[in-house]
Design a protein around this ligand. Structure first.
Ligand SMILES: CC(C)(COP(=O)(O)OP(=O)(O)OC[C@H]1O[C@@H](n2cnc3c(N)ncnc32)[C@H](O)[C@@H]1OP(=O)(O)O)[C@@H](O)C(=O)NCCC(=O)NCCS
Length: 240
């Protein structure tokens, strides 16, 4: 249904310095990087491109039809760009040929970068990585539904529960292409549920959408999956 890749800033010395590893960026991406002046933003942005191009390279090496149309030569990473549309949604642009019909999502947290691609034609994907750490209680008060706040209050591993719910909300809003412009309480993240065929530690989560969002995704259905990773929670939302 989907593929993800996680990369670490320590994989290449240039990434930690906010510089592009040689051969990574297209000319269009180099122009964007030149406009990013703050080091944390440069690092995050580069980690996203490093992750996304790693994932595209893996899929191309497997001859996966989902990346059909990408250049097949050693210099392919310089011939395709990971750009963002006017809403911020990332997409793959092949030099001179425009947006590829491929749903891509990017997230960064600390030294980790995450990229995810939907493998089902026409599906849309949103992915998010969050660290499990104590958060300002205002996050739960302002952005969680009553039932979510109750689960946080009554559970034993509150930090993990908060990270999981917050990451899930972001992943859903990314799959919809909205981001945090929408009220996060219109997405209510539930408990884990049984789902057949999941591998690599992925678990399915129940999720409820307010009618205003349910109408926007119809006739698609929403699948929400999460896994734990090295003190982080990774979430993928798929609109199928
Ligand atoms: C999209 C958003 C949820 C990202 O959350 P985040 O925790 O800050 O950052 P993450 O690292 O998880 O994700 C960032 C990536 O999300 C992607 N993204 C941005 N806007 C997106 C959107 N509307 N839909 C889908 N994906 C989006 C981008 O690829 C971005 O990485 P890039 O800029 O390097 O390409 C959030 O930044 C947002 O909603 N932004 C738009 C609204 C806004 O700017 N609000 C002000 C802050 S509340």
């Amino acid at each position: 249904m989907f593929r993800t890749v996680l990369v670490h800033a320590g994989e290449h010395p240039a990434l930690a310095q906010g510089q592009a590893p040689p051969g990574l960026l297209s000319p269009a991406e180099e122009t964007i990087l030149a406009g990013l002046t703050l080091l944390p933003r440069r690092r995050k942005w580069l980690l996203g491109r490093w992750a996304a191009k790693r994932l595209l390279g893996e899929l191309a090496a497997e001859d996966n039809g989902v990346v059909a149309g990408l250049p097949r030569n050693e210099d392919w990473r310089r011939q395709c760009s990971i750009l963002n549309d006017e809403s911020g949604v990332p997409y793959v642009d092949r030099q001179g040929q425009g947006r590829r019909p491929l749903s891509l999502s990017i997230s960064h947290r600390g030294d980790w970068g995450l990229a995810a691609v939907a493998l089902v034609p026409g599906a849309r994907i949103g992915a998010d990585i969050e660290s499990v750490e104590p958060r300002d209680p205002a996050l739960v008060r302002q952005f969680f539904s009553e039932s979510e706040a109750e689960r946080v209050g009554s559970g034993r591993d509150a930090d993990r529960t908060v990270a999981r719910i917050w990451s899930a909300k972001e992943a859903v809003l990314k799959a919809m292409g909205i981001g945090l412009r929408h009220d996060t309480r219109d997405i209510v993240v539930g408990d884990e549920k049984v789902a057949p065929g999941l591998t690599e530690g992925w678990r399915a989560l129940d999720v409820w959408l307010a009618p205003v969002l349910a109408v926007r995704i119809a006739p698609r259905s929403l699948t929400l999956l999460c896994r734990d990773f090295d003190g982080h929670v990774v979430t993928v939302a798929l609109l199928l």
